[in-house]
Ligand binder design. Structure first.
Ligand code: FAD
Length: 468
């Protein structure tokens, strides 16, 4: 048996690596097991970071082609070099994953390379590439094994023609036609990337609206914006079959309402219908309780049904599958293990879609509040009336703030804006501090900034916006 640890974290995604660093900061002897060759999990290697790299590069390409001329920046002969764009993405990923290696060394965290499995509540066995098994004793175990893409029943992802997000982040050629199944944030971000780079993109969504879970006003407005950008949609439609014929995919789908059937041929199909948590057989055998979606059940201290075994991130039954949620849980669980009072406020976790414009929300949607019979007031402010948005030609979108009718406490904020992903932090902070809309309305916001629309939306709750 190898050295004794206070904490062994299994998985080095944003939940796992952050948990390992915080544990080490708190003086706990910490190891982190990772089966991939690089640290950082899905987020750094095949999720948040590579997708944002391609979103950024493709947006610049699109702007250089379509918008620079209007600003008096004359460009000729703009060409796409996809392999260079992909190399830039690869370099960014490498720099960031190496950064985590550096942080592990700096914090004296033992990096165990291989597949971790839990032999008992105090023993983790690591199987390396050469199948050698080594067992490590530990006082606490944190499962942070994350998630992987799911497919539709009977449809096999081959990562060549029928791809998951992983494949869609690495196409070698711009597909002439791309069908994206699933109108959630991953599907729409990647639709935007490939549309800007020249694909004909069609999104097929089972529900009658896109971005499920977001405010209906936002979802409707966002659909119009994406339609205007040339992305086609088939809503309320169920994919029944995909056949691969001579390097092409033939997608069959049926309209849920009128039963109209359609068949469309394309070069690539991206399946973006959700993700399932990485649960090994060994975890179930040990008796760690799972919910009906096969996610690990944890209490508010991230304890599983077995003492000393904790779980965080995409693998658990709490909160959205997002990197910053996993990170906050990583910090909280380390603090709990160290005897402190770690906590995550699931009511104030922002969610962002990094398209152009961006979509962001925090707290409750109007639909949720209606269901909960909460009385509320709404304030909206459009970017058409925001001076900075006008200056930058970024007038699409609006801010929508919902506050409690009686107490005026902010209950939820949703927005569409060029910089919504950055702006939403102010509202997450406001909600953490239990702010009222009046607090936001009376806070001085710098001029000219997109953030002034937040102040104005707060003023609109009291029907007193200045610029609209
Ligand atoms: C295309 C895409 C874009 C995304 N964009 C965003 C975004 O912009 N913002 C955002 O917040 N979220 C985004 N996400 C979601 C985000 O990536 C996840 O929520 C986040 O990575 C979850 O972190 P985690 O630590 O729970 O697990 P993961 O990141 O999934 O990491 C788990 C790690 O555990 C390892 N592992 C699994 N089993 C074992 C084992 N038995 N032994 C050792 N190691 C093991 C895996 O190899 C992996 O490295 C995106 C996801 C995708 C797919």
């Amino acid at each position: 048996m190898e050295s004794n640890f206070d904490v062994i974290v299994i998985g080095s995604g944003p939940g796992g690596y952050v948990c390992a660093i915080r544990s080490a900061q708190l003086g706990l002897k910490t190891a982190c097991v990772e089966l991939s060759n690089t640290l950082g999990g899905v987020c750094l290697n095949r999720g948040c970071i590579p997708s944002k790299s391609l979103l950024n590069s493709s947006e610049l390409y699109h702007k250089a082609q379509k918008e620079f001329n209007n600003l008096g920046i004359e460009t000729t002969n703009i060409k796409l070099n996809l392999s260079k764009m992909m190399n830039n993405k690869k370099k960014t990923v490498q720099t960031l994953t190496k950064g985590i290696e550096f942080l592990f060394k700096k914090n004296k965290i033992t990096h165990l390379k291989g597949r971790g499995s839990i032999a008992s509540s105090n023993t983790v066995t690591v199987t390396d590439d050469s199948k050698k098994k080594t067992s490590y004793k530990t006082k606490n175990i944190v499962i942070a094994t994350g998630s992987e893409p799911t497919s539709l029943p009977g449809i096999k992802i081959d990562e060549k023609i029928i791809v998951s997000s992983t494949g869609a982040l690495s196409f070698e050629k711009v597909p002439k036609e791309l069908i994206v199944i699933g109108g959630g944030y991953i599907g729409l971000e990647l639709s935007s990337v490939w549309k800007r780079l020249g694909s004909n993109v069609m999104v097929i969504e089972f529900l009658d609206h896109i971005i499920p879970g977001m405010d209906k006003d936002i979802s409707d407005a966002f659909l119009k914006i994406l339609n205007k950008q040339g992305i086609n949609f088939r809503l309320d439609s169920k994919v029944t079959r995909i056949n691969v014929v001579k390097n092409k995919a033939v997608v069959d789908f049926i309209n849920n309402k009128n039963a109209k059937r359609e068949r469309i041929e394309c070069n690539k199909v991206l399946i973006a219908v959700g993700r399932k948590s990485n649960i090994s057989d060994n975890i179930s055998k040990l008796g760690v309780k799972l919910d009906n979606q096969k996610k690990i059940k944890v209490n508010n201290k991230f304890e599983t049904s077995i003492k000393n075994i904790y779980a965080i991130g995409d693998v658990i039954d709490k909160g959205p599958m997002l990197a910053h949620k996993a990170e906050d849980e990583g910090i909280a669980v380390a603090e709990i293990i160290a005897g402190q009072a770690g906590h995550v406020n699931y009511d104030a976790i922002p969610a962002v879609i990094y398209t152009s414009p961006e979509v962001a929300m925090v707290g409750k949607t109007e639909e949720q509040l209606k269901k909960e019979n909460v009385k509320y007031r709404v304030g909206k402010f459009p970017f058409l009336a925001n001076s900075r948005a006008k200056v930058n030609n970024e007038t699409e979108g609006f801010v929508k703030i919902i506050a409690d009718e009686k107490t005026d406490k902010v209950l939820g904020v949703s927005m569409i804006s060029a910089v919504a992903g950055t702006m939403i932090a102010e509202l997450a902070l406001a909600m953490e501090f239990g702010a009222s809309s009046e607090d936001i309305a009376r806070t001085c916001h710098a001029h000219p900034t997109h953030s002034e629309a937040v102040k104005e939306a707060a003023m609109a709750i009291d029907k007193r916006p200045i610029h609209f």
